[in-house]
Design a protein around this ligand. Sequence first.
Ligand code: M6R
Length: 613
Amino acid sequence: MCGIFGISGKIAVSSVDLCIAGLKKLEYRGYDSSGIALLNEGQIEIVKSCGKVESLEKRVLHLKDLKAVSIAHTRWATHGGVVEVNAHPHIDNEKNLALVHNGIIENFYELKLYLKKNGVQFLSDTDTEVIAHLFSHFYDSNLLNTLKRVHEKLIGSFAVACIHKDHPNTLIVTKRDKPLILALDQQKGQIIVTSDRNALYEGEFQTVDLEDNQIALINENTLQLYDQNGLITPLQFTPLFVKNTSHDKGEFSHFMLKEIHEQPHAIRRTLEGRYDLENGQILLNLPKNFKEFFPKVSKIALIGCGTSYHAACIIAHFIEEFVRIPAQAHIASEFRYKEGLTDESTLVIGISQSGETADTIGALREAKRQKAKIFCITNVQHSSIIRESDFHLMTQAGPEISVCSTKAFTSQLLLLYLLTLEFYQMKHGFLDQGNTWIQNLRTLPSLIESVLQKKSLIQEIAKQTCQFDKVLFIGRQYMFYTALESSLKLKEISYIFSLCYPAGELKHGPLALVDENTLTIALLGHAPTFQKTCSNVQEIQARKGKIFAIAQKNQNLEEISPDFAFKIDVSIAQPLLPILYSVVLQLYAFYVALEKGHDIDHPKNLAKSVTVE
Ligand code: M6R
């Protein structure tokens, strides 16, 4: 989604080169247009382009020699279509200032009407443009006072960076509910402003995460931070060493395929050092204050969006079944608007690969307001979710580039299994069958490898089934939640309309959809309900529906003789099966999308990091 990159301070190199490099590093978030603004011979110059940053790069060649304070942006459309005029930066009518914005201004329409009444002419359909005109409307030569007044008028979430013709060396920024980081490169004297640390170039920085409502003024001599009353606030720097790891696909055609294959490694790394096999114990090194709080926990709420929500569903089931504490999974965007779900005895576990998902962060804030303790699981160091949480644990999946989440999901599950086992340990003082659990977890990487070795069979099934345009996923218990995730994978990259139901629910409605043009993917992995799910499959077959069954080696499929089948070679604890079934269906979704010739790593309409509500 949208990304901000700006530079100020003592600028040693071409501003345009720096900004383009920063924007390219923001590309992974997903965007549809980009732009740059800087001062050129006393005038604000703005260049914008739809499509890839590469096309913007070609349009800014004439500005390459400038070393000027600059702002740049990647836009993911919310208000207004993907056209150049809606791309950022936006300007006021007099072309005195330019600004970029991440977030959503909820009262933009009301502000627009007010500004229009005052003679302002709008060029775009964006909510952002009102900020530019409001700034111009309040401008009194003092950037700080003006931005303070603008800030007070805005409702919603925002990170804003602005340059003004009258202050040629100054960059002014502010934020509410959106991340904005100041990164000082002491060696070069440059100061970068960005919404995402990933945009930084290789080097050593002193960083400050802006707090809500703070304003920072940056020029070649000073970096000054102000609170919402305009009073100077001391800067507290955190050192950051950025090492650029190149994101290449290696031997793979797509990041998604590479990341699917990285799962054994990601799981090994996430497990590393977190158990004691000899004594059958989990070692998550949870802090003392968490251990003191845990006996008071009366319920657990697991919160996430998309794939992370599916991890929450699987683990809520496991916690209830194994630890016997009431646990429920919640979709973050729903949870945050429900009253009274948490209190001081609630443990809330927020799950987010990126650590930046606006809905999840909003839900955690709401839970905190209702006095719950917040624990988070994320894959990204320094991400916003960590700052919102009382406790956190990191998955070790490594950067996930493909929009379609794979290795982050299975690593989340692995870490959440460990956490659940640790909960049991804390509750009972020991882990029942600890060695067996640990052995099971340790075999997961090699079991995934054996699924990966059979990928050509999955590709063949994908080739033979990719023409179905109605796909139904069914499963029971753990397999239902796994099916939810698999159905999302297929939707995201193949654009096939797919639904997911608990197998027993079909006869209560969805069966009406089934005919010879429907493919049902039946996840038969839950042993206690295998037979029941086979009966549901037969109900589908009686209506001429086609079946792709996924089962374990020892499960006999003769009775249903599915049209397509994949068998997993395992003997592993039931709750851990979702990892293996997910890998099969990640590969299936990938190969279906490949058959269809889609841009698998950048599915249409989607972004990697969803930073708006
Ligand atoms: O970074 P997060 O885990 O918070 O992201 C949540 C969802 O946006 C994400 O899982 C999304 O559903 C993926 N594209 C799924 O593949």
